[in-house]
Design a protein around this ligand. Structure first.
Ligand code: COA
Length: 205
């Protein structure tokens, strides 16, 4: 087995990446058991990116072909939200239907996010059209792989002349905030009770 390396996503990584998403989906910790359908979290925060923008889906391969982490993203959030509405949602709405309004359970709250992709498009992020999600399995954190995934993603955005990138993170995930601060992200100051919007220029730092 060779050492860990960053590579592009392959369809055979899908189940492993779904597992990474669930095991890191509760403010950076294990979300198993939180949602009625274990695939709901990946259906919101991972699968749309794998399906719609696989050329910006980077994985951490532990060295034997097994994916143990990922950074997924889009270069163009408004275009991505449109494709999510037109192409992705019709494919998954049978398994993940629109919830009642207002939602009352964690699963219904997550389904609300899934069915409102237009919520990604906000004036505060207009100068940072790309956005991303990054997660590594616990045994592969703090080894420089998050920084390496971000470097690969930023280089791909620079090639596409994308000026900036943002992300939305649970404010409770304080360790992730330390990571993003180290990587040059700043707080956009969006007022929200539970999430924080961060951003950085693509060519800065
Ligand atoms: C957050 C995460 C992606 C960071 O990736 P990582 O591989 O652990 O981070 P790296 O080892 O590349 O660290 C990069 C820098 O951030 C700092 N950093 C990362 N995690 C840190 C932590 N928990 N505490 C303090 N500093 C931290 C490192 O010290 C490093 O600084 P340096 O390179 O300037 O010395 C990863 O830990 C993870 O997947 N966590 C669980 C899921 C999660 O929270 N995802 C984010 C959801 S918003």
């Amino acid at each position: 087995m060779t050492g860990p390396r960053i590579r592009l996503y392959r369809p055979e990584d899908r189940a492993a990446l779904f597992d990474v998403c669930v095991r890191t989906g509760l403010d950076g910790g294990d979300a198993r058991g939180v949602y009625a359908d274990e695939d709901l979290l990946p259906a919101v925060f991972l699968a749309p990116y794998l399906d719609l923008e696989p050329e910006l889906a980077f994985v951490l391969d532990r060295g034997d072909g097994v994916a143990v982490g990922y950074l997924v993203g889009t270069a163009d959030t408004p275009a991505f939200a449109g494709r999510l509405r037109r192409e992705y949602l019709p494919r998954v709405a049978g398994r993940f239907p629109a919830p009642p309004d207002p939602p009352t359970t964690p699963s219904e709250e997550m389904l609300t996010v899934l069915h409102a992709p237009e919520g990604m498009v906000r004036p505060e992020v207009a100068g940072y059209p790309a956005h991303l999600h990054i997660d590594l399995l616990p045994g592969h954190q703090r080894g420089g792989h998050g920084r390496a995934l971000m470097t690969a993603y930023l280089a791909a955005l620079a090639e596409r002349a994308v000026p900036g990138v943002h992300l939305v993170m649970p404010s409770a995930n304080r360790l992730a905030r330390v990571f993003y601060d180290r990587l040059g992200f700043h707080d956009l100051g969006v007022e929200h009770p539970s999430v924080t919007y961060l951003a950085r220029a693509v060519d800065a730092g």
